[in-house]
Ligand binder design. Sequence first.
Ligand SMILES: CC(C)(COP(=O)(O)OP(=O)(O)OC[C@H]1O[C@@H](n2cnc3c(N)ncnc32)[C@H](O)[C@@H]1OP(=O)(O)O)[C@@H](O)C(=O)NCCC(=O)NCCS
Length: 184
Amino acid sequence: MEKLTIKTNRILIRNLQLNDLDNFHRYRSNPSVTQYQGFDVMDKKECETFIQSQTDKLFGKKGEWVQYGIENKSTQQLIGDCAIKLQEEDPRIAEIGITISHLEQKKGFAKEAMLGILYFLFEEKKIHRVKEIVDVENIASIKLMESIGFRKEGHFIENIFFKGKWGSEFQYAMLHSEWKKIKL
Ligand SMILES: CC(C)(COP(=O)(O)OP(=O)(O)OC[C@H]1O[C@@H](n2cnc3c(N)ncnc32)[C@H](O)[C@@H]1OP(=O)(O)O)[C@@H](O)C(=O)NCCC(=O)NCCS
């Protein structure tokens, strides 16, 4: 197990830390950001408790979601977060998720972060398969998945009771062999 650090041109992905609190709370308290996510808007105390629960987590433990901070290297400010889980039954399979602050969206940060994460998982950790599940109404996330080259492999119909109604989801995945072909 190890501390995860991923660097791309503009971004540093690393453990969340307490001085991220103001930036983290700014977007985690925004309903437009949490609309399609498994969690609801969070108040500052909930954000603080959450960050504290993540600061010391290491990469490599099976079955555990770890949420990492996405920092803009030039401003050294948190602009979003991402999560990685290695599957309990087979840790060669990973699931990921990402959030970019409403103040920093549509600047290519999610795509850059995802490509950094995929490089880390496929090239360094020799992961076999990476998947992400998205709400069918989450247009930004669907565009992100397709722009990176994820393959849509599942469409679950009203499979999740979610924020007061039944929701449907797409499952996207990429295999190591597919990454080798689409790597940008
Ligand atoms: C989904 C999300 C992470 C995208 O972040 P982002 O930094 O704005 O995305 P990028 O700027 O890297 O854009 C990636 C691609 O998606 C497209 N895109 C992003 N947001 C879009 C939108 N709202 N509508 C249409 N296309 C969009 C971009 O045009 C780009 O496509 P391209 O590479 O073909 O030009 C961001 O909207 C978000 O955090 N949403 C709320 C949280 C969430 O729902 N996360 C997903 C659940 S796990």
